[in-house]
Design a protein. Structure first.
Length: 339
């Protein structure tokens, strides 16, 4: 199963490279409003960019190339049509440039196509752990190519405030068992970390194997930070504050879940249906691998990911909210405090 982890790592870095390529050209990034069936109901208007779509399709192509047996079970957030054009990775860099150039300025199309066809630095996949064999017939993948699209757009345009924008963008790729819906492998890539050098963490939780590459990061016993969205209900925030938690709102579901995985926050609480399977599959696997987890806010049961294919977008919503924690003791305290 190490080859699955390797494929997801490479695919995440391919998507990250495409996101970074958009900052190399000075022209406007193509942005389009999502259709009603695509949009997140939380937002009055929801958007995607050509980078979101190309990054997703390239990530799918990379995983399918490495693992052809699961090529029909790769799912992502975005519909691959934008501006009336179906975006796919073409056979050559020149053809991809031509396709993108029908929608965006040639200089931007050239940079993005170059990133789409570039070889990924394979040092990311060195010294991966030995992992038990996996039945590929039971494997599915969820891809969020650029989580935090609004922050991505603002960052590329140079309109983001401090601590917002590109630093909040993540690429999320997670594998799950189609039989049970359990997330077993997750990769979180932060393309613009450290001035664009980027970083990634991954986790594996399968048949008694628990591996993650978060280094020595662990939630400190005195970590009292709980992350919420800007739309969180005031009574939930008040309950947490009254129990001694420091409540903070930062952008991006993937960004918040990364902070929990790295121990920069103790938990992430969402009482409403504002996250989706593609947001949580990869971080859920990472949190499981490091001894934490991710459950429904309402039922406290673990989220599963083996939904039927081709449902309306709203059907992939974590409609009962989520609670994500880095360890089980924090789970217990959060649940007690909320109740």
């Amino acid at each position: 199963m190490t080859d699955v982890l390797k494929a997801l790592i490479i695919a995440s870095e391919k998507a990250a490279g495409i996101a970074r390529s958009c900052t190399e050209a000075n022209e406007a990034l193509l942005v389009t409003e999502k259709s009603e069936i695509e949009a997140n109901a939380r937002f009055a208007r929801d958007f995607k960019t050509i980078a979101d779509v190309l990054a997703q399709e390239c990530a799918k192509a990379e995983v399918a190339k490495c693992l052809p047996a699961i090529s029909k079970h790769l799912r992502g957030e975005e519909h691959n049509e934008i501006g009336g054009v179906t975006i796919t990775l073409q056979e050559t860099e020149e053809k991809t440039t031509e396709l993108l150039g029908s929608l965006i300025p040639l200089s931007t199309a050239t940079q993005m196509a170059k990133a789409a066809h570039a070889q990924v630095n394979h040092t990311f996949t060195e010294a991966l752990p030995n992992i038990p064999m996996l039945d590929y017939e039971d494997l599915g993948v969820w891809i969020d190519p650029i989580d935090g699209t609004a922050e991505f757009i603002a960052g590329v345009r140079g309109e983001a405030d401090a601590n917002h924008g590109l630093s909040c963008v993540t690429v999320l790729i997670g594998a799950y068992l189609r039989s049970s819906g359990e997330p077993i492998i997750g990769v979180i890539n932060q393309p613009f970390y450290d001035g664009g050098n980027g970083r990634m963490i991954w986790g594996v939780n399968y048949k008694g194997t628990h591996n993650w590459n978060g280094g020595g990061y662990k939630t400190k016993p005195d970590n009292k930070t709980v992350l919420v969205s800007g739309a969180e209900k005031s009574d939930i925030i008040q309950k947490l504050k009254s129990s001694g938690w420091e409540v903070k709102s930062v952008p991006g579901a993937g960004n918040k879940l990364l902070k929990v995985a790295l121990g920069e926050a103790a938990a992430y609480v969402v009482s409403q249906g504002t996250t989706f399977r593609w947001d949580t599959c990869a971080p859920h696997a990472v949190l499981n691998a490091r001894g934490g987890g991710l459950v429904s806010f309402t039922t406290h049961c673990a989220i599963t990911y083996n939904d039927a294919v081709d449902l309306d977008t709203k059907e992939y919503c974590n409609s009962e909210g989520i609670i994500a924690c880095g360890d089980q003791s924090t789970f217990s305290k959060i649940l007690n405090d909320l109740n």
